[in-house]
Design a protein around this ligand. Structure first.
Ligand SMILES: CC(=O)SCCNC(=O)CCNC(=O)[C@H](O)C(C)(C)COP(=O)(O)OP(=O)(O)OC[C@H]1O[C@@H](n2cnc3c(N)ncnc32)[C@H](O)[C@@H]1OP(=O)(O)O
Ligand SMILES: O=C([O-])CC(=O)C(=O)O
Length: 370
């Protein structure tokens, strides 16, 4: 038995949710480029969950359900008030999503019908949890969710308590579409491994959140922003990046396990970053990002992934840096739960083997002789 490090190239599941072929990403067979231009996040989530785009009335029903479920138990908001104000936001999200199960009497019902309902519920409650903590840590009361508006709209509103502008809503909505699913990425794999033991959907999503948090995966968007802030000016890009490359440090937001010729989502986020910087009349962050890309691609042949330009997009939307990965989670929730439903439709426990590299034929030595 020989292990493949990082399971590279191993096909570990069948799935009809999203595909990556020759650098093209499609959800249920629809090219992401088309969805990014035309679809709302709610339509995208429906597509991932139910396999086809919704009719007007199906979309309306979904929007009504999302509105109905958006509030979270008051007990969880009270618990949040006891959390350290500098707690890691992904740790807060992981903990509070896990806590949601305690207040849902259907938590352990793993029937398709119940899991479908809980997917919609989680989709609606996760933005509420994130926005609530962002306010509670500043000593402010959470803002109750609005009814009848999109997830992007509601999230921006719950952060500030003010009506967001249309440009910001559209930019966030498009970013949510672009991050919604990505075949067997690490966090989705985690969700599938957890659920395949016939555990509950909250456990699956909690596993996925813990996996998304890491900087080699979803946490990279925050690490990109940290890097752009450290660089600070256009003049500093070259010495900063050169130093990192000389030290063989990783440049966050570059490289990908599957895409070797570029991530098809990055161009949409780059365009958004450019448009927002034009609107704001401040292209510093965008210009720094483009220069970083020129150097890293020029010298290492590595291309930006989805996390690279999303960092400047969210910053231009005036979203705090430590909410970037939680926003990724708002979007990926639809992908995770679609995979959870798919896994349970044709389940077998996921249990690969390990190539043993330790010692053999050892003997037990009594503790007093060690
Ligand atoms: C939503 C997402 O999860 S997208 C990915 C987000 N993560 C990041 O942006 C973090 C930075 N990128 C990386 O760490 C990696 O490219 C990953 C984790 C995305 C993919 O990892 P792998 O498929 O294992 O790529 P791997 O690490 O084998 O890279 C191949 C080579 O390119 C180098 N490389 C890969 N990415 C980078 C990078 N961002 N900066 C510098 N060098 C890199 C590796 O060091 C390795 O070089 P070597 O062969 O000389 O050792
Ligand atoms: O697929 C991956 O390995 C990481 C990624 O881009 C994603 O999850 O969106």
């Amino acid at each position: 038995m020989t292990a493949t490090k990082g399971l590279e190239g191993i096909v570990a599941a069948t799935s009809s949710i999203s595909s990556i072929n020759d650098g093209v990403l499609a959800y249920r067979g629809i090219n992401i480029d088309e969805l990014a231009e035309c679809a709302s996040y709610e339509e995208t989530a429906y597509l991932l969950w139910y396999g086809k785009l919704p009719t007007k009335s199906q979309l309306l029903t979904l929007q009504e359900q999302l509105s109905e479920y958006a509030a979270v138990p008051q007990e969880i908001l009270e618990q949040m008030k006891l959390f350290p104000t500098d707690a890691n936001t992904m740790a807060v999200l992981r903990t509070t999503v896990s806590a949601l199960a305690l207040y849902d009497e259907t938590a352990n019902d793993i029937s398709r019908e119940s899991n479908q309902k809980k997917s919609i519920k989680l989709q609606s409650q996760i933005p509420t949890l994130i926005a609530a903590f962002a306010r509670i840590r500043e000593g402010k009361e959470p803002v109750a969710p609005l009814k009848g508006v999109s997830i992007a709209h509601n999230f921006l509103y719950m952060l500030t308590g003010e009506e967001p502008d249309e440009v910001a809503i559209r930019a966030l909505d498009q970013a949510l579409v672009l991050h919604a699913d990505h075949e067997l990425n690490a966090s989705t794999f985690s969700a599938r491994v957890t659920i395949a033991t016939l555990s509950d959907i909250y456990s699956g999503v909690t596993s996925a959140l813990g996996t998304l948090k890491g900087p080699l995966h979803g946490g990279a968007n925050e690490a990109v922003m940290q890097m752009l802030s450290e660089i600070g000016t256009l003049e500093q890009v070259e010495p900063y990046i050169q130093n990192k490359l000389n030290n063989r440090d990783k440049i966050m937001g570059f490289g990908h396990r599957v895409y070797k010729n570029g991530d098809p989502r990055a161009k949409h986020l780059q365009k958004m970053s450019y448009q927002l910087s034009q609107l704001k009349n401040d292209s510093t962050l965008y210009d720094i990002s483009v220069k970083v890309e020129e150097l890293v691609t020029g010298q290492k042949g590595l291309r930006p992934n989805v996390d690279f330009y999303s960092a400047s997009v969210y910053t231009l939307l005036e979203i705090p840096r430590d909410l970037f990965t939680p926003i990724f989670a708002i979007s990926r929730l639809s992908g995770w739960t679609a995979h959870i439903l798919e896994q349970l439709d044709d389940n077998r426990i996921i249990r690969p083997r390990a190539e043993y590299t330790g010692a053999n034929n050892q003997q037990y030595i009594p503790i007093e002789l060690r």
